[in-house]
Design a protein around this ligand. Structure first.
Ligand code: SDX
Length: 392
């Protein structure tokens, strides 16, 4: 009940699972996708290749990745009637709420039920999801900005097409800076899967009832939205901006985070599993320095973030509780430098996490896992007799 997982025969009802996709060791700060270290993949691979690895289990050959890219393009059309759905949202709607709704709506236009036994079915569902989710994710941004909705650019690689759908305007040319593109690609790799986190467990749970892939991912988007989970990357930037507005006194906010009577928490700090360091945070912190200096961006919140990290890690409260920066602490600083608006940060997390959600749903279905049914420890009232109204 303390979260310790014993994969005994009863595990099938405990909400825990067996998986061959991602290995992480919270004590050692180890994260591997299908046995490959996150450090090597972030250094040498690219997001679409890592997505292929996570979903299909092996690094692709050149022919395989070319076919995957082309098959994703084949399914990149989103039904025009989906525009009627997005038009129903106010421009002020949070993109994660719009994304969850649009993802669920994709089922209406792609009703074919995936037969988990059929490899062709499964492959088609993977390509459709990788393609259509990316398009509608950009629509959430374009809608919020009152801009025309763009389509997948079939002449461009996956991540380039994403950036073009997000930022091209009919009135001017769009040059994608390779520094920006490579930073986005690396950030997507670092978010691609993370074992049984809240949103991935949600995707598996919903999928275990044999609900479709779009419906399961829609639920995962909603779970990721929470500020204790993926929503933390937006909350980190808002916290850093608040510290900046307040004069930059990080110690004041560290004391606030330690105050039991104050609900304020240091966003981007702490983790359910990593009790030393989050290996992704290390890579992202280094990338933040590189990207901002290459782009010549001097963002004062980066200095505030570094001072906050340094001061917190000298503080007994944080050290005793094994609270270290997590994946969300520095990612928002890079997103902001790349021109991604704050309200889109968690959508960026969702795009990165998509291959993980797909892979975990696929694994759960192919392994014929039973419907999820966690048990409980009942602590309520013992048996008692009904009390008629006049006696209450
Ligand atoms: C992600 O699971 C995953 O893999 C998630 C993720 C992924 O890739 O999918 O890694 C992505 O969600 C990263 C986490 C992003 N969330 C945040 O940054 C929000 C701020 N952090 C927390 O709220 C918290 O640390 C959690 C939710 C991340 C983890 O919570 P835990 O492990 O359940 O910790 P806890 O709530 O049991 O707290 C233990 C102690 C408590 O103090 P005491 O009661 O012992 O005195 O630590 C304190 C907490 O009050 N604490 C914090 C804190 N986090 C925990 N105090 C101040 N600031 C914080 N951030």
């Amino acid at each position: 009940l303390t979260g310790a997982i014993t994969l005994d025969p009863g595990y099938k009802n405990s909400g825990s699972c067996q998986s061959a996709i991602t290995f992480l060791d919270g004590e050692q700060g180890i994260l591997r996708y299908r046995g490959y270290s996150i450090e090597q993949l972030a250094e040498h691979s690219n997001f679409l290749e890592v997505a292929y690895l996570i979903i299909f289990g092996e690094l692709p050959s050149n022919d395989q990745i070319v076919k995957f890219e082309n098959d994703i393009r084949k399914y990149s059309i989103v039904n025009e009637e989906m525009k009627g759905i997005i038009d129903g949202f106010p421009k002020t709607a949070h993109p994660m709420g719009v994304l969850s709704s649009l993802t669920s709506a994709l089922t209406a236009f792609n009703p074919k039920v995936v037969d988990a036994e059929c490899e062709k079915d499964m492959y088609e569902a993977v390509c459709k999801t990788m393609a259509k989710f990316l398009v509608i994710a950009t629509w959430t941004y374009r809608k919020a900005k009152g801009l025309p909705l763009n389509y997948y650019d079939n002449t461009q690689p996956y991540v380039d097409s994403f950036m073009r759908m997000m930022f091209t305007l009919p009135t001017e040319p769009y040059d994608l800076d390779p520094v920006v593109r490579n930073a986005i690609d690396k950030l997507f790799i670092l978010h691609a899967d993370h074992e049984q986190n809240c949103s991935t467990s949600t995707v598996r749970m919903v999928g275990s009832s044999h609900a479709g892939l779009f419906a399961s991912i829609s639920a995962g988007v909603s779970a990721l939205w929470g500020p204790l989970h993926g929503g933390a990357n937006q909350a980190v930037l808002e916290m850093l901006e608040e510290i900046q507005k307040d004069g930059g006194d990080v110690t004041k906010f560290i004391e606030k985070a330690k105050d039991k009577n104050d609900p304020f928490r240091l966003m981007g700090f702490g983790h359910r599993v990593y009790k030393n360091f989050d290996p992704r945070a290390r890579i992202i912190k280094k990338a933040a320095n590189e990207v901002l200096s290459k782009l010549g961006v001097d963002d004062p919140v980066l200095a505030i973030a570094k001072e906050l990290e340094a001061k917190a890690l000298e503080d007994k409260y944080f050290v005793d509780r094994h609270l270290y920066p997590n994946v969300d602490f520095y990612s928002g600083i890079i997103y902001r430098a790349l021109g991604i608006p704050t309200e889109m940060f968690t959508v960026m997390f969702a795009i990165g996490r998509l291959p993980g959600w797909i892979a975990q749903w696929k694994e759960m279905r192919i392994n014929k896992e039973p419907i999820g049914r966690p048990r409980q420890l009942y602590v309520g009232a013992p048996l008692r007799e009904f009390v008629p109204m006049e006696k209450r």
